[in-house]
Design a protein around this ligand. Sequence first.
Ligand SMILES: Nc1ncnc2c1ncn2[C@@H]1O[C@H](COP(=O)(O)OP(=O)(O)OP(=O)(O)O)[C@@H](O)[C@H]1O
Length: 244
Amino acid sequence: MIQIEKLTKRFASHVAVDGVSLSIGPGETLVLLGTSGCGKTTTLKMINRLIEPTSGSISVAGIDVQQQIGSELRRQIGYVIQDGGLFPHYTVAEAIATVPKLLNWEPTAIQQRTHELIEKLQLPKSTLTRYPSELSGGQRQRVGLARALAAKPPVVLMDEPFGALDPFTRKHVRRELFGLNELKETTVVLVTHDVNEALELADRIALMDKGRIVQIGSPDELLKRPVNDFVRDFLDDKPHRLHD
Ligand SMILES: Nc1ncnc2c1ncn2[C@@H]1O[C@H](COP(=O)(O)OP(=O)(O)OP(=O)(O)O)[C@@H](O)[C@H]1O
């Protein structure tokens, strides 16, 4: 579904992403894991062209992203960021309707989809007329996901989507959201520095350091067959329980 070839991004003389290649299959959840500043967010933002690469290529569903207009590409790729990334002056209903409206969906279809999503994400109907400041952090996160999924994009990018939540709510919300059938069919690329989150959610983890992928594989592969001490130490840092 996503092919990344020799992707590099330089900011002045600093190499943020250094020759990253990877492919992500349809329906797969790929987690970009690593310490702060290792190039995870820059890699993610090159997929939906919020950042332009210095060199290398990315294709989504067989089409080179450089061949597409950035704004049109972003309508086909969901994007979820910390704390939902909601506009303060949009109600929940308006936020969820954003992309379907841009795609000229019929008002009744938008309304139907909005109700379907708030039901799936267990948001009370009364939240539809509320603004982000009137919601809890967990609710904002759910609305952010509802907005990203509204037009049923085949690919969703998530950048520390649970980062603003307290550890308890974080665990609860991520389990609930990743339990959704709808997300199971979607190709997800998720950025986190949280080892437990990566182990719990990923089909495969790409562990990054200094702009490069050090190891890519299933959580089990990284745990059982780390390629070097960096990988071993990174995963050993936290008490992880795959079946937790
Ligand atoms: N617009 C920019 N201009 C200059 N340097 C940048 C820019 N954006 C990112 N960088 C640098 O590129 C490197 C990678 O940043 P990036 O945000 O991709 O890291 P990250 O792994 O996502 O980290 P974090 O988890 O802290 O968000 C960092 O050293 C950062 O300072």
